[in-house]
Design a protein around this ligand. Structure first.
Ligand SMILES: [Fe+2]
Ligand SMILES: [Fe+2]
Length: 237
């Protein structure tokens, strides 16, 4: 059975009798969030607590780490309710995203990751705010203020680091090395999965539209606010 209408699916009980195509699409998205939130919390946020230079910075980094683990917990709970197997909700058989392959080694790098990767995450979560599956829509609405806090955290600490020439150079260097990993995060242009998500009212925008929006917002942030340079990237697939 294929779904054609954009009828909202308001509850887990309604989900259980929704068309298979809709169920599969939702499971794909929930699974990906559950896996990647956990992986990111492990390789970046938890590690960054040790890198944070002051008790204040450690305190805020603990909060960020707590929230990222919290995102995993929420997506995992939803995943269990919609019938995703426990082992599919943690990193393992599903490879985490390439943006997590960056070997985090410094506080400056972490601040840049929050500045840019969490901005990318905000765009992804924004796209689910009007999702036809209401439990996922509600989860996105709950997650959004926290992702905004992470991006603001990144911006505030980057601005602080940029007050000295040495700090500025380190932030620029981290941007130069990390930023090129981000555009592929939005997925392939003309993606079939994305077309299905839009047809079912789960997502709103094409991958390439989100990528273009991200590049524009990242450029404004880095060039207008931090007065640094965003590396030129070759147009992605
Ligand atoms: Fe998150
Ligand atoms: Fe985040």
């Amino acid at each position: 059975m294929t779904a054609t209408a954009l009828e909202p699916v308001k509850t887990i009980a309604e989900f259980a009798v929704a068309p298979e195509e809709f169920q599969d699409a939702i499971r794909k998205i929930v699974r990906s969030h559950a896996v990647n939130e956990l992986y990111g919390a492990r390789v970046f946020d938890e590690k960054a607590i040790a890198l944070a230079p002051t008790p204040y910075a450690k305190w805020l980094t603990c909060r960020v780490a707590m929230e990222e683990y919290g995102h995993h917990v929420r997506f995992r709970e939803l995943g269990e309710q919609i019938g995703i197997k426990a082992e599919q909700l943690v990193p393992g058989e599903k490879k985490p995203l390439s943006i997590f392959a960056f070997p985090l080694a410094s506080w400056e790098e972490f601040c840049v990751i929050k500045l840019l990767a969490d901005l990318a995450e905000i765009l992804q979560v924004e796209d689910l705010l009007h999702c036809t599956f209401h439990p996922l829509r509600n989860l996105a609405r709950m997650t959004m203020p926290e992702e905004r806090f992470h991006a603001q955290f990144g911006k505030d600490f980057c601005l602080e680091l940029c007050r000295t020439p040495a700090g500025r150079a380190k932030v620029q260097d981290a941007i130069d090395r990390y930023f090129p990993m981000l555009p592929p995060f939005f997925g392939a242009s003309s993606s079939k999965n994305n077309a299905t998500f839009r047809r079912l009212g789960i997502k709103q925008r094409r991958n390439e539209e989100m990528r273009a929006d991200f590049l524009e917002r990242a450029r404004a942030l880095v060039e207008d606010e931090l007065k640094l340079t965003l590396p030129k990237i070759v147009a992605a697939a």
